[in-house]
Ligand binder design. Structure first.
Ligand code: PMT
Length: 408
């Protein structure tokens, strides 16, 4: 049982649904989960520290300035202790505080200091949930990497009907079981991924080169997202100003040939994602010395084709990653051209982006992609931060890997 001996820190927020946290704790304890709780000031209006401590068989933490609690386990250690942190119920006010990065009490301080996944379980009136302020906070929090369970549609404590009802303890329990099952499988099977990112440079002479505007942002974010899922990830990147992400093996290259070489050395992997904007051509010859202005003949630089890395990965019989995903940068007929590209290169999925638009694609912090698969299914990931798109893509790729291997 994957939940056995897991450590879950539950923060109880101030809403009527707080009483359901007691049922969840009972369910978790029955499954041998270690539970600790933080009770917020408003949460105390709905459940008591005594009922929480009775169920968890442990102290209920309430106050950041409580010297006894801090001596027992300080707020940083409390967040390090947990395998995962849950906020149940998450109110509109709490979402607003988190989106501002507040650290005004024990709960918000622990969350700001946390290095584990944090799951928010919203519960509020439908109007509050749909309010632009809450929806905008939701986007910010998703971008920060918070995970969400619900809310569901249904009748609320206030008598109104709609989206905002908290997921049931059973639903939360199933989510947690699924979350830890997947983490275990990723670890047990030692899943590995490679991601290509950034531009390549194809030199004409020692100082002049052909390249493009790729910043590496989309690829770096995908590598980070895959690594967060527990997948051992290698990032093979062309020149980029971005700092190497922590916990990820980074291989820096300059040209397409070097990128291909590093890709070959990194195999075998289970997943490969090619986000790099690899130059399709390179100068047929590279001058050893700087070409003198007088000798430069701008009318004709001879180009030859670079090897296609995505094509190599997809058609590599000996070491083909189980899933090979490409990106497609197009300025018109985006879906048609990208579908053709996927078929020609034989990758499993292609993520098409329209790079004619300045606000997405090359160098922007945002992207909008259409995911196309071999069956012709198209799923649009609407415009959002590249980090958000990356988390979605990482989850899609992991789910596909599990589906293909029949892992439930
Ligand atoms: O780096 P950012 O600033 O964040 O921008 C992100 C991005 C726009 C670069 C990214 O989202 C993107 O679209 N990447 C693919 C860019 C590209 O080269 O597309 P393409 O349509 O030319 O190539 C199709 C696929 O083949 C890509 O997966 C590419 O990595 C791969 N390819 C292309 C040529 C080649 N020689 N080898 C390859 O592997």
């Amino acid at each position: 049982m994957t939940l056995k001996n897991k450590k879950i820190l539950i923060i109880i927020g101030g809403g009527i649904a707080a009483y359901k946290s007691l049922d969840l704790i009972r369910l978790l304890k029955k499954n041998h989960v270690e539970v600790r709780t933080i009770l917020t000031k408003s949460g105390r209006e709905f459940v008591t520290p005594l009922s929480l401590s009775t169920l968890t068989k442990s102290k209920t933490f309430e106050n950041i300035f409580d010297s006894e609690s801090e001596a027992e386990i300080d707020h940083i250690a409390l967040s390090r202790w947990a395998d995962i942190i849950l906020v149940i119920p998450t109110t509109a006010n709490f979402m607003s505080k988190l989106s501002l990065g507040k650290a005004e009490d024990l709960a918000t301080t622990v969350l700001l200091a946390a290095d584990k996944d944090i799951i928010l379980v919203p519960a509020m009136n439908v109007r509050m949930w749909l309010h632009k302020a809450t929806q905008s906070n939701l986007k910010i929090l998703q971008d920060f990497g918070y995970l969400f369970i619900g809310p569901e549609k249904g009748e609320m404590a206030c008598g109104e009907f709609g989206e905002g009802k908290m997921s049931s303890p059973r639903q939360i329990f199933s989510y947690l079981k699924n979350y830890f099952d997947k983490k275990n499988i990723v670890k047990e099977r030692n899943l590995k991924a490679l991601v290509t990112a950034g531009p390549t440079r194809e030199y004409i002479d020692p100082i002049r080169y052909i390249s493009n505007e790729s910043s590496g942002k989309q690829g770096y974010e995908i590598a980070i997202a895959l690594s967060k899922l527990g997948i051992k990830t290698t990032l093979i990147t062309g020149p980029s100003k971005l700092a190497p992400p922590k916990g990820i093996k980074v291989k820096k290259i300059i040209s397409a040939d070097e990128m291909l070489n590093e890709v070959k050395k990194t195999l075998p992997v289970d997943l490969a994602v090619c986000t790099a904007a690899v130059a399709d051509f390179k100068p047929a010859e590279k001058s050893k010395n700087k070409i003198k202005k007088k000798k430069l003949n701008f009318k004709s630089i001879n180009f030859i084709k670079n090897s296609d890395i995505l094509d190599f990965l997809s058609k590599n019989n000996r070491n083909r990653p189980q899933i090979v995903a490409g990106f497609s940068a197009e300025t018109k007929n985006v879906i048609k051209n990208s579908t053709q590209k996927m078929k020609d290169k034989n990758c499993d999925l292609i993520f098409a982006n329209d790079v004619s638009k300045k606000e997405i694609g090359f160098n922007s912090d945002f992207n909008k992609v259409s995911m196309i698969d071999q069956k012709g299914n198209i799923k649009i990931l609407p415009k959002n931060k590249k980090s958000f798109i990356a988390n979605k893509i990482a989850q899609i790729l992991l789910d596909k890997l599990f589906d293909d291997r029949n892992i439930n």
